[in-house]
Design a protein around this ligand. Sequence first.
Ligand code: NAP
Length: 297
Amino acid sequence: MTARIIDGKQIAQSSIAQVKASTERLVADTGIRPGLAVVLVGEDPASQVYVASKGRMAKECGFHSVQHTLPMTTTQEDLTALVQQLNADPEIHGILVQLPLPGDVLSERETIAAIAPEKDVDGLHDINIGRLAAGRTEDAFVPCTPKGCMVLIDTVHPEGIAGLNALVVGRSNLVGRPIAALLQHANATVTVAHSRTRDLPGLCANADIVIAAIGRPEFIKGDWIKPGATVIDVGINRIPAPEKGEGKTRLVGDVEFAAASERAGAITPVPGGVGPMTIAMLMANTLKAAELSAKRL
Ligand SMILES: NC(=O)c1ccc[n+]([C@@H]2O[C@H](COP(=O)([O-])OP(=O)(O)OC[C@H]3O[C@@H](n4cnc5c(N)ncnc54)[C@H](OP(=O)(O)O)[C@@H]3O)[C@@H](O)[C@H]2O)c1
């Protein structure tokens, strides 16, 4: 069997097209334009790239988009004050503080806790984590990468995943845990594996859906995959690629892609699978925040 390759780029584009269309409708019906504020502290080059692309995408969706760039010397009081100012700004529906925060003075916990839960489009506030855990997905903001994984799974299983065995490898708050909650909400039978798990190959052999969120290059071997399974590879790992020239690198996922493609029914590539979905889901969450705020008016 050769797996269908799940084209995350194309699926993300169609999610963005839906967000654009819904934004036009929201503006026409209510006069409310979704507003996204992205806060960047410091000058980390990777964070700068992420923040710039979020701003560009927000504009493309027809959002009101603002970026606040704060210096490395920013205090917790300054950062919290900015978040509170954005909480009170009626033109802003989504607030994203780019993580990780630099240095050791600023607290991610304290900063996220300061964001109004209804503007927490990254889905990291305890209130949103609690709503997701309780299965209240209609008013919870779900972290963008897990939400994107579910959209990809939907394209493979439009009839739903009720009763399927889903294995999530990884239990981080950002990825593994929320994905497990979403899969359970969709009535899959969910197993969560982690670094202390015994017999991962045995668990994979029984899994109709495997989500790999580990952060170790090609850790999940192709011959562990159940024939016909759906494989969603969240991992992004940079490894040396001497075949491309000296000092060159390439990205691989947490799954041994070539071998897994021989057994899986459908699989995401890295890059081009889960990655593009994350930013698309940030736009979807910001639209949702604006729509919920319109209902409250
Ligand atoms: N595509 C995207 O947009 C996107 C977004 C976010 C993250 N990522 C990528 O996804 C990967 C995971 O990210 P993360 O933030 O969830 O990482 P993380 O916080 O480091 O969590 C990794 C998880 O993998 C588990 N793990 C480590 N070694 C293992 C092993 N030998 N067997 C089974 N489980 C093991 C850990 O278990 P313990 O809990 O026991 O330590 C932990 O739960 C990374 O490659 C990251 O770059 C991609």
